[in-house]
Design a protein around this ligand. Structure first.
Ligand SMILES: [Mg+2]
Length: 164
């Protein structure tokens, strides 16, 4: 099912190295807005910043893939010393393919984390990489976002699916 994520976590900060090892995930593609931080926020949420540092201490390969623009993505990625693909065009596969190529692992060893069904989850499934859904940090208030969130509502995974 194209709208069904492979894994569900409450927050990206809950993804453990043990889980990644167990599932043979060797590289991660990270959504930015509402996955790492709230929209237009230049710094990651505290516990997510700590998670990123820990992952980097373990030299775990990660890259940001965002549909947002260069001016938004570049300073954020630079501050975290992460590579990035901006204007990613998710759910189209082009940005994912670029990100996978930059990471240098097989698609089967790569997974992607994101908070939106119609961009992140669909994009992973179209690309053929595993998707990790995390609930949005906050629900957006803009009109089009509310429309999108309403449409995806029936597809949001049950909290019962949250990985331990
Ligand atoms: Mg997002």
């Amino acid at each position: 099912m194209l709208f069904r994520p492979k894994y569900v976590f409450n927050s990206i900060a809950d993804i453990s190295t043990d889980f990644l090892k167990k599932e043979n995930i060797r590289a991660l593609i990270l959504d930015l807005d509402n996955t790492l931080t709230t929209h237009n926020n230049p710094i990651p949420k505290k516990e997510i910043g700590e998670w990123l540092s820990e992952m980097q201490r373990n030299e775990f390969p990660m890259i940001i893939l965002s549909n947002n623009h260069y001016e938004r993505v570049k300073p954020f990625a630079d501050a975290l010393k992460l590579d990035f693909v901006c204007d990613g065009g998710k759910p189209l596969t082009k940005g994912y393919k670029q990100a996978v190529a930059k990471l240098g692992f097989k698609k089967s060893e790569t997974a992607s984390v994101g908070d939106q069904i119609f961009t992140d989850v669909l994009g992973c499934n179209l690309t053929g990489i595993r998707s990790i859904f995390t609930y949005p940090i906050v629900y957006e208030t803009g009109f089009w976002f509310r429309v999108k969130r309403t449409l995806e509502k029936p597809l949001i995974p049950s909290r019962k699916r949250i990985q331990k």
